[in-house]
Write a protein that binds this ligand. Structure first.
Ligand SMILES: [Zn+2]
Ligand SMILES: [Zn+2]
Length: 172
């Protein structure tokens, strides 16, 4: 989503209201994928501070991701704040603060800002329920649906011996 900044740039001290739907389909990071069936809503304002623009907004929406333990789809409510300083690429030299976002010309790509802030603000892991039992690492069965047979099997005696050695070396 490209936001046209030309009107607020002409207006020192001016404020531009923002209420837009960002058509971001999905974001993947740290092995997790988040799908946004309705996109994300960004609501806030851009203020012209003469030297730079200040963006302050809230992003909300619904995301579908996988439970971190059993991989079942989970729908979660997303909500986070964005607060960024926008500086024109052409004025890069005059900025000492590293923590700013550069835009070129008279517009800024809001999707990029939303995605960067999403990654910082949203925990990577969601669970379908607090006590999700997850999948058996051995047979892959969803343990929420019942126990699998793996746990009832005897540990291979060779591994048991190794486990014993490990245990002893830990206590030494
Ligand atoms: Zn789960
Ligand atoms: Zn199993």
């Amino acid at each position: 989503m490209i936001i046209d900044l030309s009107s607020v740039l002409k207006d020192y001290g001016g404020v531009m209201r923002l209420c837009e739907k960002a058509d971001i389909k999905d974001i993947s990071f740290q092995g997790e994928k988040f799908v946004f069936p309705e996109g994300l809503l960004i609501k806030g304002k851009i203020t012209n501070n003469t030297k730079s623009l200040y963006l302050s907004a809230e992003v909300t929406g619904k995301a579908i991701t996988a439970c971190a333990r059993c991989l079942k789809p989970v729908e979660v409510d997303i909500s986070f704040d964005i607060s960024e300083i926008l500086v024109r690429e052409e004025e890069k030299e005059s900025v000492s603060d590293e923590d700013v976002i550069f835009y070129s010309g008279y517009s800024v790509d809001m999707d990029e800002i939303i995605i960067d802030n999403f990654i910082v603000n949203v925990p990577g892991k969601y669970l379908c329920k607090e006590d999700c039992k997850g999948l058996c690492p051995n047979c892959g069965k969803d343990l929420n649906l019942g126990e699998c047979t793996c746990e009832k099997e005897e540990i291979d005696p060779r591994w048991a011996a190794l486990a014993e050695i490990m245990k002893n070396s830990e206590t030494e």
